[in-house]
Write a protein that binds this ligand. Structure first.
Ligand code: GLC
Length: 756
């Protein structure tokens, strides 16, 4: 290139930069741009009105009734009219939403529409399986569709924002909220998180059947010590960057509109006031353009944490750390104005938060039509729509995992006679909905028995034992039946005279979920006793599990010939299970979370480090227990089929642009068609930060007919081969890798590759 003087070159660059910036300024200030509208509105707002946008209240009265006349509800009502509320949660129904929206739009000075948030976790009225169950499908198309249906029904009742997906990775089955996530793996969790966000937000957020999504809980909430909800979190940098962050980063890169911070501390700093998390990483490194909402009262809880001396300081610390909206702490609405006036919180902090919130409202189209989600006719038409039930059934079938099937006891013949069905959960229309069903209706699930009887009348039912001794509620501790075995005898007599026994056992719907951690993860109450009592008189048992977390069921695995993991499958539970039991659907699910042999092994997960003493060794000085195996009961990625798949011809070849092609032949060697999830794992054997002995870096789900073969291909790039070092820098290091491709994280064909 001709040697142009540096000053001239600078000039050209300067000019071009000016031109570019001018261009971008021109683009930014076009009156149609949301940016322009946001800035124009912001300039009109008083400080109180700005703070109001950062304030979220829980629904606070039956809006169809008279306006509240006293107490907190009256205060909130007044604030609505003053434009001091940016969002409400837990308000549903087009009539209620319209009424609240009218108050704000017609009576407040600027008429800025409200966001209506709700926990639409796995459906709204029509419920799909709990998220951990959906994750077991490894079917991203079905998972996206499931979120799409949830968004359609939620938007039909006036909701324009869901507090989902929860993308917290967790390795601890004692934690109640494992039911709400996608399990233990960051690669699978990232893919599923993105699918869910796409389902909720769709292609056009301004449409009236798409809603803003929330990635939660940022961050590390799933690593609560001892699996005890809300407990301390203390994780290392490498776990933070390589296990916990990736699903959040993935959904931020896929335009998730909001992020919810978490109740826990990280390195002794509560997430809600954690600058490193919210400003350095989320809004800084990752360039997140949406807004951060606190979790319920997490601002106020900083006083309990011992991080803020009072609510005023909690407000100051949260706002300055990048928590943009305050859910039910009353911290911002009470103290933020004074904090700005005293200079403790800069106006620029407020303006940034408010612009982020207003931007989402513009993107949702709320300024064009604040009542676009308030169509009573649409509400009536779409709730529980048959298409939604069909999607829920499809998702439910795909979520079922076959854990054991000795002597091909399953599928049952449709002509099977003398079937015994035993277990309280078989007749439960609530537990299969899971714990996060606040939008749906009680007893709205198709129970196991209701689905089963569509296939056969050749059965008799005995409860055997109650699961709980008092009616369950969303917020109170459950009273588990630990002693009453008075129903055993009836069940035993029935089993004696039956050819096959189906036992439906597991957890009550409110034994997992928020605030629902368990120190024991076996079959609750007297169910194990019941199972063993039935086994004594009839060994031909199919165990159908209904649960919200991995359970430790070593006795069942050893003795019971067939075991189906059915999680809590939502509205279509009974229909989905019956289709699998009678072979109209061949199960193809794979575990998204390791099942332990005992709670003493927890946390137990497949992608663990080697340690310096992986063993085994003849003497005791290696990493193990003297009284328990180090192996899980069922590993991550595990799941059987009614057919068999054979793996052969693993090939690993270097391709162009530092990509590596991996392929394997998979054959259906059984007699019926079936779906397989082929999984690709790597092990970076030596690195500057130790790497797990195995990491999932690809999976493909496909159907094969009997005798059919398929070459399954993967491409490994830097994105899969690299990792974050302890400075948070993504790096790919030369060295040797083990590669495994197979049917779960323990079984497959192995190979090697090297990066020079
Ligand atoms: C809860 C949960 C959060 C939920 C929020 C609103 O405490 O932690 O996931 O979205 O409050 O219900």
């Amino acid at each position: 290139m001709k040697n142009i003087s540096s000053s001239f070159l600078k000039y050209i660059l300067g000019a071009s930069c000016f031109f570019i910036s001018f261009g971008s300024v021109a683009q930014k200030t076009s009156k149609d741009s949301i940016d322009y509208k946001v800035n124009l509105l912001l300039q009109k707002m008083t400080l109180e009105e700005k703070v109001g946008q950062m304030n979220q209240y829980n629904g606070f009265w039956e809006v169809t009734g008279p306006a509240p006349k006293e107490g907190n509800a009256k205060l909130k009502y007044e604030h609505l009219k003053m434009g001091w509320v940016g969002s409400v949660l837990n308000v549903k129904g087009t009539e209620n939403v319209r009424k609240l929206q009218e108050i704000v739009v017609k009576e407040s000075r600027l008429g800025i529409p409200l966001l209506f948030g709700f926990d639409v976790i796995h459906g709204h009225k029509t419920l799909s399986p709990i998220p951990l169950g959906e994750a077991a499908s490894w079917d991203l198309v079905a998972i996206e569709k499931s979120a799409r249906v949830a968004a359609i029904e939620a938007s039909a009742v006036g909701i324009n924002w869901t507090f989902a997906p929860m993308v917290d990775i967790s390795r601890d089955a004692r934690w109640g909220r494992v039911m709400e996530g996608a399990g233990e793996d960051p690669y699978l969790g990232s893919k599923i998180g993105v699918a869910r966000v796409k389902g909720f937000q769709g292609d056009d957020l301004s449409a009236n059947n798409t809603i803003a999504a929330t990635a939660k809980h940022f961050a590390a909430y799933g690593f609560a010590e001892s699996g005890k909800d809300y407990n301390t979190v203390d994780v290392g940098t490498s776990t933070l960057y390589n296990i916990i962050f990736p699903p959040f980063k993935a959904v931020v890169e896929n335009d998730v509109k909001t992020v919810m911070n978490s109740f826990n501390v990280i390195n002794g700093i509560p997430s809600t006031a954690n600058k490193f998390l919210q400003r350095d990483i989320l809004k800084g490194k990752w360039g997140f353009k949406g807004f951060v909402i606190s979790d319920w009262g997490s601002g106020m809880e900083m006083v309990d944490h011992g991080f803020a001396k009072d609510l005023t300081e909690a407000a100051e610390l949260s706002a300055n750390a990048g928590s943009d909206m305050d859910m039910e702490s009353y911290a911002y609405i009470t103290h933020l104005k004074a904090l700005v006036e005293s200079g403790k919180v800069r106006m620029s902090v407020i303006d940034d938060a408010v612009k982020r919130i207003l931007t989402v409202k513009f993107e949702l189209g709320l300024f064009d039509d604040p009542y676009k989600y308030c169509d009573a006719k649409r509400e009536k038409e779409l709730i529980y729509h048959p298409d939604h039930q069909a999607a829920a059934l499809d998702m439910a079938k795909k979520s079922i995992v076959l854990l054991k099937n000795s002597n091909d006891l399953l599928p049952l013949k449709k002509s099977q006679k003398k079937i015994a069905v035993i277990g309280a959960l078989a007749n439960d229309k609530n537990s299969p909905l899971g714990s996060w069903r606040i939008g749906s209706d009680d007893s709205s699930a198709v129970s196991f028995l209701e689905g089963f009887k569509k296939y056969t009348t050749n059965y008799k039912y005995a409860k055997g034992a109650d699961l709980i001794t008092e009616p369950a509620t969303f917020i109170n501790e459950l009273k588990i039946n630990e002693t009453d075995i008075s129903g055993f005898n009836e069940a035993i007599q029935l089993a004696k005279q039956s050819e096959v026994v189906i036992m439906v056992l597991g957890e009550h719907g409110f034994q997992s979920g928020e605030g629902r951690s368990r120190a024991k993860i076996d079959l609750p109450g007297v169910q194990q006793q019941l199972l063993e009592a039935i086994y004594k008189v009839n060994k031909n048992i199919v165990l159908v599990l209904m649960n919200g977390r991995p359970l430790a069921i070593p006795w069942a695995d050893k003795n019971i010939p067939a075991i189906l993991e059915t999680w809590q499958l939502g509205s279509q539970t009974g229909n989905a299970i019956a289709q699998v039991l009678f072979g109209d659907y061949n199960p193809g699910g794979k575990l998204p979370m390791t099942f332990p042999k005992s709670v003493g092994q927890v946390p137990i997960y497949y992608n663990h480090y080697s340690t310096g003493r992986p063993g085994p060794k003849p003497e005791v000085f290696w990493s193990h227990y003297g009284d328990e195996s180090t192996k899980p009961l069922y590993p991550f990625g595990y799941g059987l089929s009614y057919t068999k798949f054979e793996y052969s011809n693993l090939t690993i070849t270097a391709a162009e642009q530092a990509t590596i092609k991996v392929s394997v032949m998979v054959k259906n060697t059984g007699k019926i068609a079936g779906e397989e999830v082929t999984q690709l794992y790597i092990h970076d054997k030596v690195a500057s930060v130790v790497r797990p002995i195995k990491e999932l870096k690809g999976f493909k789900k496909f159907m094969l007919n009997p005798g059919e073969s398929k070459v399954v291909e993967f491409v490994l790039t830097e994105a899969e081969l690299g990792f974050y070092n302890n400075e948070g820098v993504f790096t790919v290091e030369a060295g040797d890798f083990d590669v495994m491709v197979g049917t779960n994280s323990e079984q497959g064909l192995s190979g090697k590759l090297s990066i020079k």
